[in-house]
Design a protein around this ligand. Structure first.
Ligand code: PHE
Length: 474
């Protein structure tokens, strides 16, 4: 079967697709805002250290597993564990997680697409009204947008690895970069732009505490698409000649660079709108930033460039976020798609149809859990609050299971598959890896402090989220 497996056409194709997955909604708004609130340059520094010293080794391990096995995550765990059933659970979670996060991410991508369409129709003024978002997410038009987004994702994925995923990434990633650069250049010309840049870049180490560190690591982990089986799946589409170590570094650099540059777009815009903004009052949630706060700012640009001009800027902004979201969504739906077609031996088309239906039902239910249907809105109560169905998907899979999946990758690679096999795999396409400092660091960190940190985060998250009890004070 493996000789028939479709591969990316080149290393660049793989890097762009993996970077497309990594660069998502989180990079464009979530990252800049949390950096500004949590110590500016100090946060940037800590984030960069986490990416290099904690996330990169995990990323390489995931990629090595996928490339070695040339299979979906479930198949990779099975094969590399020599069918030891103890590891089936890890493989199962590596497929269930992307399935559920796909639902959560689809809901938000649909909203982005709705806002993109509305700006294209000239309705920026309506989007900027304070109650617009609440009304929008509870209106039935959302289902129309959902259908279009589902069609776009299916059209890309049905094309397969080269003609679908790779082509989409090769178009959308450079386009995203051009749009982002254009917006940054424009925004930096606005009055008071530099005040925003200052808050973003000047370090304030007094803000650093355990919870900020935890947040920065969680953000880096999510941003690099770790723990979701995505990189394992994408790496199963590359050949032994490709350099995983170098590719992983490129993906991490691209992702972090886009996140950093996005800050030069978002913060100046916020400060030009209101030079007296107190960063600590900015919302932590990317959702409220994107859909409530930023439309107001975008509309305010009309004083400078007229309503049409402001609408163009808003359109470019939402298009940029939409491209980022689609390449991420595609990557996450690819995991269960590959698994279903690999495991059951069915065609991609059939696998996609099954997944579109199953994730579709859950996405519709989640969409109705913001007020449309009361029983879904107050679905359960834990951690001292009523939670909607959407909250559950977010709390369980995004917040809790991601670090657990990362932990399992470390333990599996180090103690089941074994260091020597990891090194062997990473050295393919990367001459000089064996014996290098990188090899020593990867093996040491993955077998010691990285799993320890991930375990700590997992335990603390379970305690705080579900029992409203913080073990470590964050
Ligand atoms: N890296 C993405 C982001 O920053 C996260 C993600 C990837 C989410 C893939 C879903 C699917 O938004």
């Amino acid at each position: 079967m493996s000789e028939k497996r479709e591969h990316f056409s080149s290393r660049l194709g793989f890097i762009l697709a993996a970077a497309g997955s990594a660069v998502g909604i989180g990079n464009l708004v979530g990252f800049p805002v949390s950096a500004t609130k949590n110590g500016g340059g100090a946060f940037l520094l800590v984030y960069a250290l986490f990416v290099i010293f904690i996330c990169l080794p995990v990323m390489m391990a995931e990629m090595a597993m996928g490339r070695k096995a040339q299979k979906d995550p479930l198949g990779s765990y099975k094969l590399l564990a020599g069918n030891d059933p103890k590891w089936n659970f890890a493989g199962f979670l590596a497929v269930l997680t992307p399935f559920m996060i796909a639902v959560f991410y689809m809901v938000i991508t649909v909203w982005i697409f709705g806002y993109l369409s509305q700006t294209a129709l000239g309705n920026l003024d309506a989007l900027a009204q304070p109650d617009n978002f609440g009304t929008f997410i509870n209106s039935y038009t959302v289902f129309g947008y959902m259908a279009v987004v589902a069609i776009i994702v299916n059209l890309i994925l049905v094309g397969g690895v080269k003609e679908g995923i790779e082509k989409a990434a090769k178009f959308m990633m450079p386009a995203l970069f051009v749009l982002l650069t254009a917006l940054v250049v424009y925004v930096l010309t606005l009055d008071n732009a530099m005040a925003g840049v200052k808050y973003y870049i000047v370090p304030d180490f007094s803000k650093m505490d355990a919870s900020v560190l935890n947040g920065a690591l969680a953000q880096a982990f999510f941003s690099l698409s770790l723990g979701m089986g995505i990189l394992m799946t994408y790496a199963s589409y590359i050949s032994k000649k490709d350099d995983i170590v170098g590719s992983a570094k490129m993906v991490a650099v691209t992702d972090s660079l886009v996140a950093f540059i996005a800050g030069l777009m978002v913060l100046p815009a916020i400060f030009s709108f209101n030079p007296n903004t107190d960063p600590s009052t900015l919302s932590d949630s990317s959702v409220s930033m994107i859909f409530v706060y930023l439309p107001k700012i975008l509309l305010a640009l009309q004083a400078d460039i007229g309503y049409f001009g402001a609408s163009v800027v808003a359109f470019v902004f939402f298009l940029l976020v939409f491209f980022a979201a689609i390449t991420s969504l595609v990557s996450i739906v690819e995991v269960p798609t590959a698994t279903l077609s690999d495991r059951k031996g069915i065609s991609r088309k059939k696998a996609l149809a099954i997944l579109t239906l199953s994730t579709g039902v859950l996405t519709v239910l989640c969409t109705m859990s913001f007020g449309m249907v009361e029983s879904l809105t107050s679905f359960v109560n834990y951690g001292g609050a009523d939670k909607s169905l959407f909250d559950i998907v977010y709390d369980v899979f995004y917040d809790t299971i991601l670090p657990l999946n990362g932990l399992m990758v470390c333990l599996f690679v180090m103690y089941r598959w074994k260091k020597a096999n990891l090194s062997e795999e990473l050295s393919q396409g990367c001459e000089g890896y064996i014996g290098s400092f990188t090899e020593k660091y990867v093996n040491f960190s993955l077998s010691t402090f990285i799993p320890a940190i991930l375990l700590l985060i997992f335990v603390n998250t379970v305690a705080t989220k579900f029992f409203a009890f913080s073990i470590f004070g964050f």
